[in-house]
Structures are given as C-alpha cells and as structure tokens.
Design a protein. Structure first.
Length: 322
C-alpha cells in the first residue's frame, strides 16, 4: 500500500510539473537602456511616438523623472528636490498635461510634454499611487495604506481637495476613460464609476491584489499580484477569469503590469523579472527568457512594437519580440 501511495504521489507531481511547464520564448533582441539611476522606476508611458516619460524615485527621499525624446532609446534623468518623495502614479490629462503622484501627497505636473514639471502638494499628506485627470480642471487620485485602507480623492487643478471617499482596502491605480466613466483597481476589489467619481460600484473580480488594468474601449484586461488575470469585453459588466493565481496547479507569477496590443497578443511583467506572453487572448501564457531578476513594475508597447519594461534599481529594458 505504501509503495502504491508513493507511485501515486510521484505521478501527481509529474502531472503538476507538466501542467506548469511551458515552452520558453526567446526575444529577438534585449537592450538594457541607461537609466542613470538605482531608484525604483514605477511607471512608464509614451506621450507621443517620440516622447516617453517614467516616474520613480526613493519612497521618502527622492522624486525622479526620466524622459526620452527619441522613442525611448536614450534617456535624461531629472530630480525634483522640492517634492523629495518617490513618484508612483502617472496619468495623462485630456489636454496632454502629465501628472505624477507619490508619497506624502506630492504631485508633479507638466504642461510641456515632460520637459519641465511643477511641484504641488495635496495637503492630506497621503500615499498616492494612481492619478487621472479626465478634465483639465478636475483630477481623481487613489491612495493606499499598507493595503488595509485607501481613498479616492477628487482635486482641482491647484491640488485642492474637492471630495474624498474612503474604502476598507488599499487601492492600486485609477483609469478614467472619459469625464464620466472610469475604473479603480485595488486589494481584492475592482470599482467602476459612470458619473465622474461621485459614486463607485463593485465589479465581479475578487481574490487578488489587483495591480493593473489595460483599457481598450469596452475591452478590459486585469491582473493581480497573486497572478490572476481577468478579461471583460463589455466594460466590466461580465468577466472571464483567464488565470487563477490562487490555483496550486498554476505556476505562480507576481504580476505588476499588463498590456495588450490587440484582443489576442499581450504581455505582463512580474516581480522577479519574468515577462510572460499570450497570443490567444490570455487563455494561455508562456515565459520569455529572463534577462533580469529585478522587479518589473511597468510595461508598455513602443510605437515600433518593441516592448519596454522598467522597475527596481533603475532597471530599464527595450525588448524586441521574435
């Protein structure tokens, strides 16, 4: 009987290994870019085909902004000592203004495509991790406190607080589609507004610390730090769970960021430097060859269809798929 149990257990481990094992993909080209910093790089966004910005820094010590004007190949590094705190959220307003937010209510704002930033402070001194300005005079920002509680703060263009809503869980980021419709992701919850942030309703996904959403009109992609991935084609009314990060038979990925090129091809970046890829709409994912062990906190598709990632210790890479 003991021998039978051992054989059965061995068979189960073999099946589990086989279910987790995927073909490893290879990049055509991996280019490590000179970020000229060892700070965390938390969020990367293209402003135009040639201009790209990254927000980062050191949590309680330094605000850093990286800027490229050649499509993300070379970078200049700027420090903003008047802010002096790490920048975590990054959003582009409807008028093209760039906003970054971070520790102790610090906000950086640029109206010249990131060439210069002006410092402002939200005077509640909270830890802001996401920002969106759906209209030139009104912004919505989200906070977290040890993932235990959070808030959605509405401010005016001078960073004066208009209103504030509190929640019993931390929030990760905010995505306003227009002046009325938007989404917030957080610890175990996803929220949606249809009235510009006056009211928020809960959507179906749960069971993960949700870290990022990629919005393509009514098509939404959602990822979590435990490795879950969800997909909606009707603006969040219904969801399909494509990957259950809590399933012991599924390989564990700590996902920070997700981006899709179209309804089929997408990438996600993880806490241990892993990048995963799908070409069937997220039903199956494969790993690429690892090129770093640093946490990759943000991923974006470049105008020429390269993939760019940034993360801890100044990690910044440009990746060309096969």
């Amino acid at each position: 009987m003991t021998r039978y149990i051992r054989i059965t257990l061995l068979g189960c481990f073999v099946l589990l290994y086989a279910s987790c094992k995927k073909d490893v993909l290879h990049w055509q080209y991996v280019q490590q870019l000179a970020s000229n910093t060892t700070s965390k790089l938390n969020h990367v966004r293209f402003i135009t085909d040639s201009i790209c910005v990254i927000g980062g820094g050191v949590h309680f010590d330094k605000a850093e902004v990286l800027r490229s004007t050649d499509g993300g190949y070379t970078w200049s590094n700027y420090s903003y000592p008047e802010a002096g705190k790490g920048m975590y959220g990054l959003g582009i307003g409807t008028d093209g203004t760039i906003y970054m937010c971070g520790t102790d209510g610090c906000v950086l704002r640029s109206s010249d495509s990131g060439a210069t930033f002006r410092f402002r402070r939200i005077w509640d001194w909270e830890y802001y991790v996401g920002v969106s300005f759906p209209s030139p005079d009104t912004g919505l920002l989200v906070t977290t406190h040890l993932d235990e509680d959070g808030s959605i703060t509405k401010i005016d263009s001078a960073c004066n607080i208009i209103s504030k809503k509190y929640f019993g869980f931390g929030l990760s980021d905010i995505y306003m589609v227009n002046a009325k419709i938007g989404y917030v992701v957080g610890y175990g919850a996803v929220l949606k507004t249809t009235d510009g942030g006056l009211n928020w309703s809960y959507l179906d996904p749960y069971g993960d610390k949700f870290t990022c959403m990629d919005v393509h009109g009514d098509e939404l992609w959602l990822c979590g730090y435990a490795g879950s991935i969800f997909h909606s084609t009707d603006a969040g009314a219904h969801w399909a769970q494509l990957r259950n990060g809590n399933d012991l038979a599924v390989k564990k990925y700590r996902i920070w960021s997700i981006v899709f090129k179209d309804s089929y091809k997408g990438w996600a970046s993880c806490d241990d430097g892993t990048v995963i890829y799908t070409d069937d709409g997220g039903r199956h994912w494969s790993e690429y060859d690892k090129f770093t062990n640093q946490a990759l906190r943000s991923i974006v598709i470049c105008p020429n269809n390269d993939v760019m990632v940034c993360g801890d210790n100044g990690a910044l890479y440009r990746l060309t798929p096969m």
